[in-house]
Design a protein. Structure first.
Lengths: 312, 254, 238
């Protein structure tokens, strides 16, 4: 049996087992685990994720459903992409939710993460002042827009913090074949909301995830100049989220059962619906990707992996 | 009786006492006199069981004090009171100052109980405290902050503080040198009163006339460890050493 | 008590976009962590100050320089060290302290101890030798004398404790790293303090909300200071 299918069955089987285990436990009330029954009730799941994900408020909105169903508590720790993965690597968290496919793949390749599932997606947008000094409005190529900004030396604010957004930004520069540098390119090392404020004050361009932009829109004067794929913009600005459990083979104190129960729940139709119904300032922020007529088996393995290659 | 026998002591190169023998009996006043810096305080500290002399023995009621354990020595030390030249009162009320000696002699459980009661304010004042304050004429200052007293009043409270727990011996280090005549007289009156109650008193002073007024016996420290010890009258009228004679007559000997 | 500024703040507080109990819970976590850390630190620091002040031992200079360095030590570095210790991979990993208030107390303990020790040391060595001698000569054991010194130096020690408390409750770097800034989905703080809540609002660009939380923090510190000073005054007023 190929690795792909084994992992797929393991994922389904694990999810099912966890689900059954949850049902047979004392679900509904947080009581202490009484050993013999397989319930996870009363336990705490530590989930590390990025600051932009957490700041949308999505997790606080959907977690109560999971917590009630199993009688558990979810501790969502917003750390930023790098730190979230590092915590998982150290065994300080049980499940990790980020939106940086390259880093997720590395995580899996090194054996720290298993049972990855596609979770949801939103997108990035390029925002800037209404006056649009570089003239990138409406461009259908994100890389072309960035090149234009660089050539015009229009002020551009970068996260500069190795977050998911920053990683995407660097990938775009890379794809555009441009190396950003100079007075017009400002690396702030701050969160997305702050970066938007800084860009707003300077009338600068920046790359933002749609969610943060929407939540900030009433406070700033920046407008969307290049759309993301949700509104018909280039596919390269897509922002897919993945979820992985920490490998109990590496850290035996990782709460694997509960992590799988969580993954099973959040990729189930009910939760995926809740995700798509979540709105901020009247707009949908996330688009579910876990439930599909034709499941993408590539979601379980590092990108580019095939059963023919030597990768394990 | 507290007794120093053939005690010698030096600080660095300087010999302070050499072969000094001195005792204090209950109910007598012994004055230790000499100019400032000659070593009066050191002698008092021997008597207070505070400082161990380089040579010689210190006994209290026959017990060799420095051959005992720290705990046993503490028990003996607690039978002695001391008043310094500076009042050194605690930053608290007069009452709390005077009762200190009583408190530290209580068992911990009693102390805890009394502390709690005094915090709640339902404590009466121990009799010993009121009596001691009466002796120095400061009964009305019970609740006053110690730091707000005048110099003379503070020294009198210091005296009461040393008396409150009824020590067998009381040592006073130049207690009135900073005081005006009135307060000096009050202290000397209190000293007499204490002596009449049977307390053995040692007082260090550079005031000859004070020694004449209140001492039963004197020890005149003459420097370089020399001293003349004897009944007050005899020393003042018929001193053995000529330096004593000069000192007694007011001449500067050094 | 400066009630007017507080009254002016209230409308803003009431308008805050927070759920019921959120602000109260983060104030509670802030106080719980800092008060516990400062209490433990005081119990630890006072004996050290005594030993430093009244005895001589080898390495005393070294301890003194450690304390002085500790005064200005960056809090975020302390956080990293505590993280290293309590992380699953670290020596204390088995205790499962990561992302808990206990880990936060640990790091604030480390931060508060140098100022409390240093200021207490100054206070107790400022007590005159004569007073110590008096306590001793009146029949006090070493412990009795130590208690007298503590009482004599009480104002200085109170200042030390307040200095430690100020440092603890205002710091954000270490509690963020070891605590994880966690709030339950129902809006009750698990490891979020006023300072980390401010940091969260600021990173989202919600500066107004951050300012209000900042005002709450300042009011809290002023209140604690006022209480401690008031208690001290009452001793004098008697």
């Amino acid at each position: 049996m190929s690795i792909q299918r084994r992992q797929f069955i393991a994922a389904i089987g694990g999810g099912a087992l966890a689900g059954i285990a949850g049902c047979s436990g004392t679900g509904g009330q947080a009581q202490s685990d009484n050993g013999s029954s397989a319930g996870v009730a009363g336990e705490t799941l530590t989930l590390t994720t990025t600051t932009s994900t957490y700041d949308t408020g999505l997790l606080d909105a959907i977690h109560p459903d999971f917590e009630e169903m199993y009688g558990v508590t979810v501790d969502a720790v917003a750390q930023g992409t790098g730190a979230a993965l590092e915590s998982a690597r150290n065994g300080d968290s049980d499940v990790v939710m980020v939106h940086a496919r390259g880093l997720e793949d590395e995580f899996m390749r090194n054996g720290y993460g298993i049972n990855r599932r596609d979770l949801m997606f939103n997108d990035f947008v390029i925002v800037g002042p209404e006056s649009d000094p570089a003239g990138v409005q409406g461009m259908s190529s994100a890389t072309e827009a960035l090149t234009t900004i660089a050539e015009a030396e229009a002020t551009f604010v970068s996260r500069g913090d190795n977050s998911g957004t920053h990683t995407k930004e660097l990938n775009l520069w890379d794809a555009a074949g441009t190396d950003p540098g100079g007075d017009w390119y400002q690396e702030t090392g701050t969160g997305m909301g702050e970066a938007l404020n800084i860009a707003n004050q300077q009338g600068a361009y920046t790359l933002s995830d749609r969610g943060t932009y929407i939540s900030q829109r009433s406070e700033i004067d920046l407008v969307i100049l290049v759309q993301g794929p949700i509104e018909g913009g280039p596919e390269i600005l897509a922002n897919p989220y993945g979820i992985m459990a920490v490998n109990p083979g590496v850290h035996d104190n990782a709460n694997y059962d509960l992590a799988m129960a969580y993954i099973g729940w959040i990729t189930s139709p009910g939760a995926q619906d809740a995700i798509s119904n979540y709105q901020m300032n009247g707009e949908q922020l996330f688009f579910p990707e876990a439930v599909s007529e034709n499941p993408d088996f590539q979601q379980y393995v590092p990108e580019g992996w095939s059963s023919d290659s030597g990768d394990e | 009786m507290v007794r120093l026998s053939n005690v010698s002591h030096a600080f660095g190169d300087e010999t302070v006492v050499r072969n000094l023998s001195l005792s204090i009996d209950p109910g007598e006043v012994v004055a230790i006199i000499g100019p400032s810096g000659v070593g009066k305080t050191t002698v008092l500290r021997f008597l207070a069981l505070f400082l161990e002399p380089d040579e010689g023995t210190v006994t209290l009621d026959g017990q060799d004090v420095w051959s005992l354990s720290e705990d046993e020595r503490l028990k003996l030390r607690r039978r002695i009171g001391m008043v310094f030249q500076e009042a050194s009162l605690f930053d608290a009320t007069v009452e709390r100052n005077v009762e200190y000696g009583l408190r530290v002699r209580e068992s911990w459980s009693d102390r805890l109980r009394d502390e709690l009661w005094s915090v709640l304010g339902s404590n009466g004042t121990p009799e010993a405290v009121t009596e001691a304050l009466e002796l120095v004429g400061l009964s009305d200052k019970l609740g006053q902050e110690a730091r707000s007293l005048s110099g003379g009043e503070a020294q009198r409270v210091s005296f009461a503080r040393a008396l409150a727990y009824e020590p067998n011996y009381l040592l006073l280090d130049e207690p009135t040198s900073d005081l005006d005549p009135r307060n000096t007289a009050l202290i000397e009156e209190a000293i007499r009163e204490a002596r009449d109650r049977g307390i053995g008193i040692g007082i260090a002073t550079h005031d000859m006339h004070q020694a004449e007024r209140i001492a039963d016996r004197v020890a005149v420290l003459l420097g370089e460890g020399v001293a003349e010890v004897g009944p007050a009258e005899r020393v003042f009228e018929n001193p053995t050493d000529e330096r004593t004679a000069k000192f007694v007559s007011g001449e500067l000997v050094y | 008590m400066p009630l007017e500024p507080v009254a002016q703040l209230l409308p803003a507080v009431v308008d805050l976009p927070f759920r019921e109990g959120y602000v109260r819970s983060i104030i509670f976590v802030s106080l719980y962590v800092s008060v516990t850390a400062v209490t433990l630190s005081t119990l630890f620091s006072l004996p050290i100050a005594f030993v430093m002040g009244f005895t001589d031992f080898r390495g005393k200079q070294f301890v003194k320089s450690v304390i002085n360095t500790g005064m200005g030590f960056p809090s975020v570095v302390v956080g990293l060290v505590v993280l290293f210790a309590v992380s699953n991979q670290g020596p204390l990993g088995a205790l499962e302290l990561i992302f808990t208030t206990e880990a936060m107390i640990m790091s604030q303990f480390v931060l508060a101890t140098p100022p409390i020790t240093a200021v207490s040391l100054a206070a107790i060595t400022g007590v005159s030798d004569n007073v110590r001698d008096a306590a001793h000569v009146l029949g006090g054991t070493r412990l009795d004398v130590a208690l007298v010194v503590v009482k004599e130096a009480r104002y200085g020690i109170a200042t030390a404790v307040l200095a430690g408390f100020g440092r603890a409750i205002s710091e954000v770097g270490s509690v963020l790293i070891v605590g994880g800034n966690i709030v339950s989905s129902s809006g009750i703080s698990k490891t979020r303090t006023l300072t980390t809540a401010i940091q969260l609002e600021a990173r989202q660009g919600q500066y107004d909300t951050a300012m209000v939380l900042g005002a709450v923090l300042v009011a809290l510190v002023l209140t604690v200071n006022a209480i401690v000073v008031r208690l001290g005054d009452e001793g004098v007023m008697q």
